[in-house]
Design a protein around this ligand. Structure first.
Ligand code: ATP
Ligand code: MG
Length: 306
């Protein structure tokens, strides 16, 4: 891999900050989804994909270096949470952004409908077992946030959780938001850095992508009949997402509301946010102590004497 010179590195980091800062929500008070346009591309020409790909490539290379430092320094873990409507590009974004990193330092978990065993536990239980180890990057493709989204839009899913009846009240969602906020503060205080991405897709673009999946036999496998059913609840989902972001955005665990109508732009913003986050951790390779250095020199002598 070509290493960026210190000057290039500063320039890439600065560019990354410029791409992610406009979409970072660290305090959700007064947040409205319509504050972010799904087809936003900032100053980039939306037809100039080549330029965007070049920017992404330099970001991906820098990310590999930052991940190496994260692993070597073994202090923090990074948890990246992805939430979105179907066809917003979660899978593709994860694939492209993480393409340069060492697979050994990265763990991806996709959360589907809970199993019978999951339902017999509290809703954070299954996620808690999948948290990244120190030094690793963990990716949640969907997460415990589904508990404030799909479960809110479909009350029958809440009924399946068999909660004690006195706990099921109108306050339930506010309580879940509060519990999640506290859970994420707890993680932060234990060195797990949490960053959350909502890929913000427009309803029109989802329709275009669904139609493509239906027209193109090579993409048929990506389509599921349930996707259309969930689309019918679009407005209720948008309300749920908006409230979720309002109540759970914090400085310790900010949301990035990422425009998702142009996949190349989504990838750029997500890569930028990860780079910016890791850069701020000021990750250093462990310093070799004098005694360890002496031991290394002795080992070298021993090998040379063989
Ligand atoms: P994706 O839709 O994420 O690209 P997929 O199509 O491979 O992945 P699905 O079988 O659609 O996988 O599984 C995801 C489904 O699981 C979503 O509809 C999601 O709402 C649902 N799900 C995830 N977490 C929960 C939860 N806690 N409670 C109920 N349903 C959940
Ligand atoms: Mg699906």
């Amino acid at each position: 891999m070509v290493q960026a010179s210190p000057l290039d590195r500063q320039a890439i980091l600065q560019r990354a900050r410029g791409f992610c800062a406009p979409f970072r929500i660290g305090n959700g008070d007064g947040f409205h989804l319509d504050q972010v346009n799904p087809s936003e591309t900032l100053h980039l020409d939306r037809h100039d994909k080549k330029a965007a790909e070049a920017v992404l490539a330099e970001g991906v290379a820098l990310l590999a270096d930052l991940q190496d430092r994260l692993y070597a320094s073994n202090r923090y873990a990074l948890l990246l949470i992805f939430q979105a409507m179907d066809a917003a590009g979660k899978d593709g974004t994860i694939k492209h952004v993480m393409s340069g990193v060492n697979p050994q330092g990265c763990q991806v978990f996709a959360f589907k409908a809970p199993s019978a065993v999951d339902l017999d536990h509290d809703y954070l239980w299954r996620a808690n077992q999948c948290l990244p180890e120190r030094g690793r990057i963990g990716i949640f493709n969907r997460s415990y946030y589904e508990e404030t989204l799909v479960v809110r839009v479909h009350p029958e899913l809440l009924a399946r959780q068999c909660l004690p009846p006195e706990l099921v009240s109108d306050d339930l969602w506010t309580q879940r938001f509060r519990d999640i906020r506290h859970y994420e503060s707890y993680l932060a205080r234990n060195g797990v850095v949490v960053r959350k991405f909502f890929l913000h897709l427009s309803r029109d673009e989802q329709k275009r992508r669904f139609l493509k999946r239906l027209e193109d036999p090579g993409k048929n496998w990506k389509f599921s009949a349930s996707d259309i059913k969930e689309r019918a609840h679009w407005n209720r989902y948008m309300d749920a997402y908006e409230e979720m972001i309002r109540h759970t955005a914090s400085d310790a665990a900010p949301w990035f509301v990422v425009p998702a109508d142009n996949k190349w732009f989504t990838r750029l913003v997500v890569a930028a946010a990860i780079i910016d986050t890791l850069d701020q951790l000021n990750l250093q390779y462990p310093v070799v102590s004098d005694s360890a250095r002496d031991a290394l020199a002795a080992a070298q002598q021993q090998l040379l004497a063989e």
